[in-house]
Design a protein around this ligand. Sequence first.
Ligand code: ATP
Length: 435
Amino acid sequence: MYLAIDDTDSSKGMCTTFLLTEIIERSGLDVIGMPALVRLNPTVPFKTRGNGALRVNLGHGEGQARRIGVSGNRIIRAFQHGNEAISGRDIIDMAEQVVREFAELQEENTNPGIVASRIELPEEFYWRAVRDILTVDDAKDFLRKNGAEFVGIKNGRGLIGSAAALSWKGTRKTYELLAYRYPHPGQIPHDLKMSMASAADSIPGTFNNVDRKNRHAAIFPSEKTPVILGIRGRDPEALLDQGMEMVISWKVGHDRILVYESNQGTDDHIIENPEKLQDYHTYRISARVSSFPYSIRGSHYFCHVMWRESTVKIAAFEPTKEFRHKFVKLVPGDLITIYGSYISGTINVEKMELVSGAKLYARVNPECTGCHRPMKNHGNGDYRCPACGERARVAHYTAINRSMNEGCYDVPVIARRHLSRPFDFAAQTVEGLRS
Ligand code: ATP
């Protein structure tokens, strides 16, 4: 029986992924296949952090099984197949009990949704939830039409995420290993975090572990939730073996570890070449730069581009750190491809490609045609050679080195979105990679 949950946490605490481990623990059932952590439209205004929803298939396991986590001294295994061992109603009742016990229900923005289904649901809903803005009624209609059972708590907004998690097919997928303790065991010294995040970087296929330049250990989230650390990877074997052993050896105070499959790092949220731009959607568009970049207080940078005969404002905000040093080098005439979310008339750039750089020229004094020395400017288009007196009326233009090559530019790890696929994925070959 598939179970999906979403919207149980608030910015003050808890994490829906931890609740899933609690549900697995209490169910006493086997996990069939890997649990899934599915990120949805990153611009939704009511999200707590990364707009993630969770799915697991629980039953009596059959076939081969492999370790995908630990809970205390118990090994959590994922079975290849399974028999249905619980009804939809029973699994929802059990999950609801856990949600009511742990969820931050006192918070206005916490509105859990729990869904059970014997089958995975049609993929169409996932694509809408990762790219579009949906309503709770959209989710309820979709779930009823597909015979799923569900419970919404408070306004039940979490049903959107839960329905989407059940309809994610994982055409493009990555993995994440999460280690937990509830309550969180407390701060780890920053230097130690940095060295552990660097060690995680040595696990093949892992990504977004550490940002050395900004001294940011990205595998460690804030200490407000039960998540101690999360290592993202593209090679499931490396994460399940080397990753799991490494984390166990660190003794970070965890009492649970679970590896999920995920749509993180897939660019699934990006709508390619749209007809028009709508608020709260993320796009990939090719455009021509039409202004020099400028900054405002707070070190946020903006620039204008021409796209489909209209002018669009694009931005590199302060959190994108050194990415702004590239952004500021754009010049009118550059042909760029940008990826980013459109909100209130501005695209917040999350990565960009300089497809074809405009040539920039500087006006210089002409060279003497006789003795090849630089001429002197006497004003009003009067250039004279200081050696032989030769005169010229027009300046010379010479190409300036742009100090920005054509190519792809990611924001640094500290500023990356869960769903964003770093350009350097294309340069790496990883065993077990799906796309
Ligand atoms: P965390 O990542 O820590 O679990 P979160 O960032 O996932 O937290 P939630 O608390 O789950 O945030 O809140 C996001 C809410 O947005 C959920 O209720 C979810 O159902 C809803 N949601 C997800 N996708 C969409 C969408 N495309 N349109 C409208 N609502 C959505």
